[in-house]
Design a protein around this ligand. Structure first.
Ligand code: ADP
Ligand code: MG
Length: 326
């Protein structure tokens, strides 16, 4: 199968939102009046972000999910994406399930594949997503990292820490029972981008970011951009893993579970802030988007993050977030 057969077979689909999709030198997107274009790219490299034996359907899902997660963090509605692929060979047994996993998630979010590039090389998947956010003049409804204010509540969506636990189990650090391992693996391989929540939080959240490198590290970007600090209550985050429960407690000590939640990474949940008088609005947004949301602390004026127990006493640990070059 040649380059153009490959594109035609797996990636050329009719478009209905875009004015022009795959097949010309550029795709053409329609931008409605009163909307800004939100753009984000994320790259997945085999051996670093996923492994050779990983289910290609899940790799396709995750490649788009991590990009949609960035749109979610900005409160942007997905429109379209491009796919740049480096492939060692044109292997139908990989491309078929990969494209299925990718395009199933794309369809679920009505986000069209409109173009890309295909080349030989070590397996690398780079996606650029395009979304829209309402704006009038210089006034954008996008959720940004810079809007957190002292006394704002601090929230996270969904569950945190499972992806890291699954990774450690894979490396042989923990021997987990199947029920725990399945829940953790699902979160590692099939993250759920919180697009509906991001949209529902427009006009409610004061700041937002998605968790890719770890809660503390990504929260740190919000704090730096906003010029504030934060306090996190361990009582609120201690049970935030999807695989939390007695079976996990029997095997993995609580401080280690806490480390997975605070610094695990690969979660693709939203961390966001909102003024305390918006609690009912946050609950309504969570309900409307059918997404679990947990209040885990507050924004403070003093810089840095304090992690405290139920008595308000500081809790310490090694919670470094992931950094590709550290
Ligand atoms: P050009 O050389 O003009 O950049 P290409 O020959 O690389 O165009 O690609 C042909 C068409 O196929 C273009 O419309 C391009 O956007 C699209 N395309 C290439 N690779 C992919 C891919 N992996 N997924 C979707 N569209 C692709
Ligand atoms: Mg090209």
């Amino acid at each position: 199968m040649g380059e153009f057969d490959l594109i035609a077979r797996y990636f050329h689909r009719p478009v209905h939102r875009a004015a022009l999709g795959v097949g010309d030198d550029c795709a053409l997107l329609r931008i409605a009046a009163g909307q800004q274009l939100a753009v984000s790219s994320d790259m997945l490299v085999q051996g670093r972000h996923f492994l050779e034996g990983d289910d290609p359907d899940a790799v396709g899902h995750k490649a788009l999910a991590v990009n949609l997660s960035d749109l979610a963090a900005c409160g942007a509605r997905p429109l379209a994406f491009t796919l740049a692929l480096a492939l060692p060979l044109a292997d139908a047994s990989w491309l078929e399930p990969f494209s299925q996993g990718l395009l199933a998630l794309a369809d679920a979010h009505d986000c069209e594949l409109v173009g890309g590039d295909t080349t030989g090389g070590p397996l690398t998947i780079c996606i650029t997503v395009f979304g829209e956010v309402p704006a009038s003049g210089t006034n954008s409804q996008a959720l940004l990292r810079s809007g957190a204010r002292p006394d704002d509540d601090l929230y996270v969506s969904g569950t945190l820490g499972d992806a890291r636990l699954a990774l450690e189990a894979m490396r042989g650090q923990w021997k987990l029972p199947d029920s725990v391992l399945d829940a953790a693996n699902r979160r590692l391989h099939r993250p759920t981008p919180r697009v509906a929540l991001g949209l529902a939080l427009r006009g409610i959240a004061s700041a937002a970011i998605d968790v890719s490198d770890g809660l503390l590290g990504d929260l740190g970007h919000v704090l730096a951009a906003s010029g504030v600090g934060a306090c996190i209550q361990t009582a609120a985050v201690g049970r935030l893993m999807a695989c939390s429960g007695a079976a996990l407690d029997a095997l993995v000590p609580q401080p280690h579970q806490l480390a997975c939640v605070l610094a695990g990474g690969d979660d693709y949940e939203l961390v966001f802030t909102a003024a305390p008088d918006r609690r009912a609005a946050v609950a309504a947004a969570a309900h409307a988007s059918a997404t679990m949301v947990t209040r885990i602390g507050q924004i403070e004026s003093a810089a840095g993050v304090r992690v405290v127990d139920a008595d308000g006493d500081p809790v310490s640990g090694d919670w470094r977030s992931f950094d590709h070059f550290a």
